[in-house]
Design a protein around this ligand. Structure first.
Ligand code: ADP
Ligand code: MG
Length: 403
């Protein structure tokens, strides 16, 4: 059946991200409940048609770990994508509701994501490109499914020009501008799994090196930034992919801006991949412009206040501290976070609390060199995944514990 805008009755909003708004709708002629995603597209009609054509590939993506696709149409200035509705929402919503997720459930999530990624790549040569908790959906039938994968190159390009979104689930090689491969998705999975197991984004305030700077500011208005970073940065922090940041050795010098400014019109998902070379200890501010254009999210919108003159001045005075991360007053600009991902050891599942299998698996996902990192298919043979498969888990019962 052909989907039309007038046949869809909106029930409620499910959430907002960098790419658009998602609503729960009923397709009146069939009575089918769906999730409708509106993506604002800055593209000519010919390009929109091309996007629609490319999206049709999703009709062929059939797997128990991939959200089904019902159809897409142009709803100027948006493209409207209708997909299977997931009644328990996304994993970020779930852990924010119930707290840290039991490691045995996390194992089942890892297994489902790897199976979904392997299916997409083996059957369709599709790389997901945006693995993060909000793109992993869960339903009361106990199913774990991926959504928002990069099927349409044209869509990726058009969103990149319209919206700004970067996210710090990005792998070191991607930050450095290397080719995107399935292994970049594996890195993002590693970050995601730690986040779910800890109930918070892993690049956070237990990082002693970054914590050193915490005394510098208490009154920074940029609250809730870890969340903001974790869920994709908006215009305030996206990185101009065309510039590379010159190596600077200026940890102790005052800010010098202008070089390597951040552009609000480039997203790192753009193809070809970004080329940013980042040195340790470069001092770059996050731009104070555009921070109010951050799209709100249902998961707690980042509350970036419009920077007033004095806070902007203060930012320019202090050293390389752009935004503050949630909790503990630790501060880190997006560039520092990207540098951190590139230069520092990868995060780990804290020892003691988690089994060696889980820790070992996550460590493999977070191998910093893509050559050392296994592919999704290889990871399906990991001991932690094998026991997850053998032991199973009653995810239907678990779903009942989620309000
Ligand atoms: P993001 O993934 O960056 O959060 P999106 O615009 O892709 O932004 O989605 C916004 C929110 O809508 C997601 O965080 C998720 O909670 C919710 N959502 C997306 N797709 C579905 C779906 N098919 N079923 C239920 N909820 C969904
Ligand atoms: Mg999404």
């Amino acid at each position: 059946i052909e989907l039309k805008a007038e046949d869809l009755r909106t029930v409620c909003e499910l959430g907002q991200g960098n790419g658009g708004t998602v609503s729960k709708v009923v397709h009146v002629p069939t009575g089918k409940t769906m999730a409708k995603k509106l993506v604002l597209i800055d593209a000519k009609p010919a390009v929109r048609k091309q996007i629609l054509r490319e999206l049709q590939i999703m009709h062929d993506c059939r797997s128990e770990h991939i959200i089904s696709f019902f159809g897409a149409f142009v709803a100027d200035p948006h493209i409207c994508i209708c997909m299977e509705y997931s009644d328990k929402g996304s994993l970020d919503q779930i852990y924010k509701r119930i707290g840290a997720i039991d490691i045995d459930v996390v194992a089942q999530i890892a297994l489902a994501v790897l199976e979904g990624l392997t299916y997409l790549y083996d059957a369709h040569r599709i790389i997901h490109r945006d693995i993060k908790p909000s793109n992993i959906l869960f339903n009361s039938a106990g199913q774990i499914k991926l959504c928002d994968f990069g099927v349409s190159g044209e869509l990726i390009n058009s969103i990149a020009d319209t919206f700004v979104g970067t996210s710090t689930y990005m792998s070191p090689e991607r930050i450095q501008g290397a080719q995107y491969t399935v292994k970049s998705d594996v890195w993002s999975l590693g970050i995601t799994l730690i986040e779910l197991a800890l109930g918070r984004f892993p690049f956070s305030d237990d990082d002693s090196e970054l914590e050193e700077d915490s005394s510098e500011e208490e009154d920074d208005p940029d609250a809730d930034i870890a969340h903001y970073i974790a869920n994709g940065l908006s215009s305030a922090s996206s990185v101009d992919t065309e510039r590379s940041f010159a190596s600077r050795d200026s940890r102790d010098s005052e800010e010098s801006f202008g070089e390597g400014t951040l552009s609000p019109r480039r997203a790192p998902i753009a193809l070809p991949p970004p080329t940013i070379s980042i040195s340790t200890a470069s001092t770059v501010s996050h731009p104070d412009t555009d921070s109010t254009t951050t799209p709100g999210t249902s998961r707690g919108a980042p509350k970036l206040s419009a920077p007033n003159a004095s806070s902007a001045a203060k930012k320019n005075r202090r050293k390389s501290r752009g935004v503050s991360l949630q909790g503990g007053g630790m501060t880190m600009s997006i560039l520092e976070l990207l540098q951190h991902i590139v230069n520092e050891p990868a995060p780990t599942l804290p020892a003691g609390k988690y089994g060696a299998d889980a820790q070992g698996f996550v460590a493999k996902c977070l191998e910093k060199r893509p050559e050392d990192r296994p592919s999704p298919k290889e990871l399906l043979g990991d001991p932690w995944m094998r026991s997850a498969r053998e032991e199973g888990y009653d995810l239907v019962a678990w779903a009942e514990t989620i309000p």
